[in-house]
Design a binder for this molecule. Structure first.
Ligand code: AMP
Length: 531
């Protein structure tokens, strides 16, 4: 195996340098680097000792904001596997499809997620290794989960000769599923070297050190969580994970935990503005505030900056396929409002090793000042979609006259004039952001169509906001069927909560535009008239 640096190396360096420092604050307790390492080693040793090998080497993490969740991620990596985060707050059927498609033979489960495990494993034919980090091993545990192999890891003895497994930097660090326009989520394969490139840029840029305390607002199924975990752990800092109910009181969490580094989607700022949580000077401990995942409105940046007088504020941009983020823009109270377009903070400048290309429909570069689709190449371009060469070929392309693979982001941006920042203008397709979650309207439409046997279905983001949308409403062509409630139930079993249509509208015929296509704008405008 290669000598390349792997994602866990930064964590192991911190274990050696700061064994007694806090590494993780979760569920009301603060775990030191030594303790978290101990948990993770145990899980890794179980995986290496008990789980059947798979190719690619992947382990699922069915755990949510718990000690076991973080130890599970580290354990998977130390055992030489990439991790596949699964979220118990999402519908089980969708999660089961991710589990089976990823081909994992082992799954780490925390106590609270254990209640849903039986349902998750219904119909999973191949016996899996179930790892329960919080439970001691027992005959009852084994009997309960047969024919799967259940292992309690709390008292698992790590063999004397066990050591972290080295893999190559082309191996997967994680496989993350994201909304797919044809109704099936796509698994983005992110290699070790992709994440290392990202983490290196971030630790250098922000001078992170062992006194920092990071927020963890993101669930693990959102790749922005990787920044929090691995930038913090590679510098000996502490990752502070709010429990689900504290997510509604982010301001209190910042002050209680004396956070120094904040990272969230801009929707959190909008939420805090609405509930008057952004009084000037409210959060003096923060030295760095980062936003990513959806457009950052200028007024949100202004309000946040006033509440965090000591903090540098940056807008980061990037899709999962380009490993977390690949451009950034530093907010400047004097200059930035003038550089904004559509009242959105620019997405800024590419990371040092990433190269943007802004193109027209034929993939030819547009002139400075013109709009186009943003393509990017560089070390953070991921390996494509798992077991889906067709979608990979469509999105990871070599434009005419170039010799590198670029990812087509689907984002419409303006190519800067001179050395100005790149500005974000919208999408070229039907992807939207709802509270920061990436949503393909096509996925919702496919599920609704299938569930009700409908011919024409259009999903519309509504109500819309500066940074995306708050929810979804759906239009169906035809008569409202009897048994609609049953169809709606079926839909909510297949879509995560933020994608479930809040309202259904039945129309005799869809309006068409001059090209004969369904006029989505007119459908959305009809909602405006309704209210
Ligand atoms: P995800 O893969 O879930 O991270 O979503 C990636 C998409 O989110 C991008 O392609 C953009 O459409 C959007 N996005 C991410 N960051 C920003 C940003 N700072 N400004 C505008 N849109 C963003």
């Amino acid at each position: 195996m290669s000598d390349s640096r792997l994602l866990y190396d930064g964590f192991l360096d911190s274990v050696a340098r700061f064994p007694d420092h806090g590494a993780l604050h979760v569920d009301g307790e603060e775990l030191s680097y030594a303790t978290l390492h101990d948990d993770a080693r145990r899980i890794a040793a179980v995986i290496n000792g008990e789980a059947a090998p798979t190719s690619p080497a992947l382990v699922a993490i069915f755990a949510y904001r718990s000690r076991a969740a973080y130890a599970g991620v580290l354990g998977a990596l130390l055992s030489g596997h990439g991790y596949v985060p699964l979220n118990r707050t999402f519908p089980t059927e969708r999660t089961r499809a991710m589990l089976t498609r990823s081909g994992c033979s082992a799954i780490v489960v925390d106590a609270a997620s254990g209640e849903q495990l039986g349902e998750l494993l219904e119909g999973v034919a191949a016996p899996m290794t179930l790892i329960f980090p919080e439970e001691p091993h027992s005959a009852e545990l084994e009997a309960k989960w047969r024919p799967h192999v259940a292992v309690g890891a709390r008292d698992y003895a790590v063999p004397q000769d066990w050591a972290p497994r080295r893999v190559t930097d082309d191996d997967l660090a994680y496989l993350l599923f994201t909304s797919g326009s044809t109704g099936v989520p796509k698994g983005v394969m992110v290699a070790q070297r992709n994440v290392i490139a990202f983490v290196d840029v971030m630790t250098a840029r922000y001078g992170v050190n062992e006194t920092d305390r990071f927020s963890q607002m993101f669930d693990m199924t959102f790749d922005l969580s990787v920044f929090d975990m691995f930038v913090a752990w590679s510098a000996g800092a502490c990752l502070c994970c709010p429990p689900k109910d504290a997510l509604m009181r982010p301001g209190q969490f910042i002050n209680d935990q004396k956070l120094t580094v904040w990272f969230s989607v801009p929707s959190v700022v909008v939420f805090m503005q609405r509930f008057r949580m952004l009084e000037p000077g409210a959060y003096p401990s923060l030295r760095l505030s980062l936003f990513c995942g959806e457009p950052l409105p200028v007024d949100s940046a202004v309000a946040w900056q006033a509440a965090t007088p000591a903090a540098i504020l940056e807008n980061l941009y990037g899709p999962t396929e380009l490993t977390i983020a690949c451009t950034c823009y530093r907010w400047d109270g004097e200059r930035s409002a003038a550089e904004a377009e559509m009242d959105l903070v620019p997405i800024g400048y590419p990371y040092p090793d990433m190269t943007p290309l802004i193109v027209d429909d034929e993939l030819a570069e547009v002139a400075p000042g013109a709009e186009g689709e943003l393509l990017m190449t560089g070390p953070q371009v991921t390996l494509g979609y798992f077991n889906d060469p067709e979608k990979t070929a469509a999105a990871f392309v070599t434009p005419p006259g170039r010799d590198a693979v670029y990812y087509r982001t689907g984002d419409r941006v303006r190519k800067p004039l001179g050395d100005g920042p790149i500005t974000f203008l919208g999408r070229v397709d039907f992807q939207v952001k709802i509270g920061g979650y990436r949503v393909e309207l096509g996925e919702i439409e496919a599920v609704v169509r299938r569930s009700g046997n409908f011919a024409g279905v259009v999903a519309v983001p509504w109500p819309v906001s500066a940074s995306g949308a708050d929810g979804i409403e759906v239009f169906v062509e035809g008569e409202k069927p009897e048994g609609l409630a049953g169809v709606q139930k079926q839909v909510s079993r297949h879509l995560p909560f933020y994608m479930v249509p809040r309202k259904w509208h039945f129309v005799a015929q869809f309006p068409l535009n001059s090209n004969g296509k369904v006029d989505r704008g007119a459908l959305q405008a009809s909602l405006r008239k309704d209210r």
